[in-house]
Design a protein around this ligand. Sequence first.
Ligand code: ZN
Length: 309
Amino acid sequence: MTLVSGIHHVTAIAADPQENLDFYTGVLGMRLVKRSVNQDDPGTYHLFYADADGHPGTDLTFFPWAHLPPGRKGIGLTVEVALAVPPDTLGFWSDRLAGFDVAIEEPEERFGERALRLTDPHGLELALVETADEREFTVWEESPVEPAAQIRGLDSVRLWERDLALSADFLTGVLGFERRESEDGWQRYELGDGGSGRRLEIRELPGERRGTWGRGSVHHVAWRVADEEAQLTARRAVAEAGRRPTKVIDRFWFKSVYFLEPGGVLFELATDGPGFTADEAAEELGGRLILPPWLEPKRDEIEAALPAL
Ligand code: ZN
């Protein structure tokens, strides 16, 4: 038994929210499953892109903080988010992305799978990785991307760290990851039987300076816990390891606990439920601004301050 079962979501920092929406829905073909605000900064949107049903493990979310300078890539940060795509679709994706003038690299081989690196409009480094691994995924019928090529969810994340052993001991000794092979300087760790959505990779860069958050940075990586009981168990273990987790915070669609792993990357423990249909019908997901109950009394004020999308 591992304390976490895979990637739940990844949250990153964008600039203009309309450009962010256009790229993730219009170009990558993901579904906007929740249009909300940053609960700690309600003047900023929080936009969630996922598969049609918003399954845990498919969700990439953004805080559009257009006033921030670009992030500085460095240690203690997640430096790339890999998204799973079906086998033999990278040709489709290369053509599609080139058609939208998206910066892409030549396809590369990673741990036996083909990957295409690209950068989103605000500097976030992404990779599309071909995988046949089973995933919880529902086709988004209104996507501009054909069902056979649609993004299946989050595949992996890549972290830069000053001291691999510090993070590795925590990942394997506390969270339950297993060390797997390494390639091109990247050490892979996996949960359970491994596979797409249950892995991360770390590159040790002792001489590198510390990264800072900004536009195009990953803010945090959330790991799946089945329910509130599993979350408390994981939280206790994280606390015993000296990582000083936050209290459980109700994010309405899931419950969250945050902590810094030993290398300084912000992690979250997020429950699988109740999910994005807690406050919207499945067919209406993402259609209107959703506020947590304590912000509803200020809806007019909040909506007036947000840019129209
Ligand atoms: Zn989160």
